[in-house]
Design a protein. Sequence first.
Length: 444
Amino acid sequence: MIKVITYGTFDLFHEGHYRLLKRAKALGDYLIVGVTTESYDKTRGKLGVVDSIITRIENVKKTGFADEVIIEEAAGQKFNDIKKYHIDIFTVGSDWTGCFDYLKDCCKVVYLERTRNISSTMLREQRQQIMRIGIIGNGRIANRFVPEVKLVSGVSVQGAYNPRVHSAERFAEKWEINAYEDIERFYDAIDVVYIASPHSSHYDYIKGALEHGKHVLCEKPLVLQKRQAEEAFANAKKLGLVLFEGIKTAYCPGFQKLLGIACSGVIGTIRNVEACFTKLEREDSRELTDTLYGGSFIELGSYVMLPILKLMGAGYESISFDSINGENGLDLFTRVTLRYQNGLATATCGLGVKSEGRLLIAGTKGYILVEAPWWKTTYFEVHYEDVNRVDKYSEVFLGDGLRYEISEFLFRINHGGKEDFKLTRGESITLAGIMEQFLETRQE
Ligand code: C2G
């Protein structure tokens, strides 16, 4: 008798799950299915699981393919289960190709091709639908995005669009999704859009996606003009759609914790915020050669402005930019200084100058120092006049962190788009206005 084992969350049970179990069963005579617990999913960074473990087990059982269902509650369990149950074949979808090769010493490992098109036939009965996401732009960030989607329940990457079809095809091949050359067909196949194309194209893609009735998650900077941001948000509101700016720090758990503590009054009234983010790029990179929309501030400014807007607000009295520019006029390093009625803020960022990526928040009773890289906010300390008193906080930042923004985006869609306190529409509009002002000063 050939014994097969597979594992999964099986949340919002869909056709991809059904086909996987069917083929897993066909590999042998007896199929064991391990269903993950919520706490295990949390530790492995899978967010937003909707169905209870009871429902998920029931759904697996209903298929009739599982001869036995077990619970998977910890990392490392697979190895022991394979021995315990005398397993011949371990199988899982090809989105995990390579990840479980370490089990090859104990049994045969088979990666079954993942189901590309999740149709809605099975989902119609579900109270919550799987959102099929379509990606516009196939660069570095899009490549980091796809594996993070896998860790958020309730969303699946359907396909990629790129006017340069070969680029979309290469990307789709790599991630086992569909490539679309025709944007109408692309919109027909998806529910939500992730825009990761060059900055200058964001505005047009946002407009098009909203007109096609799609919710939009757009990489920062959302747009580069205040008027465009206002118009895009007004459009989304009119159409009842979510428009969401992807600044991943805004949604990560450590940054949320930090804001809570900073605003709790422990350091008194906040008077000064200093944020720095540098990331050295090659001289021939897009970031340092796109003379219209490249440069340090356009690339990294959204991050460094975020804690300032969150903690000091958008009501600054003045803002000024100082840059060190390269020969092509792009800023290799930029310092932004803001003056408030009762406070100051400085944001520095650089693609050609390296500095300490820390965040310092100074108040009337103490200060908070967020260790570099502060945009992950994994560790920070609260200091007071009494040097012996230091409060220490840590928080996780899993993987590339994009899962937090994807999870929040879905949450907003499923809750009528109302809860936008982590990054408000007003803050995104202010950010677009600051980008516009920066570009104007650069042209002078
Ligand atoms: N799957 C698939 N096609 C899809 C979606 C999922 O073939 N469109 C497969 C996955 O590859 C996996 C199974 O269905 O083999 C269950 O998927 P999930 O519920 O997303 O669980 P996952 O996070 O992949 O768990 O220990 C857990 C396992 O390692 C995998």
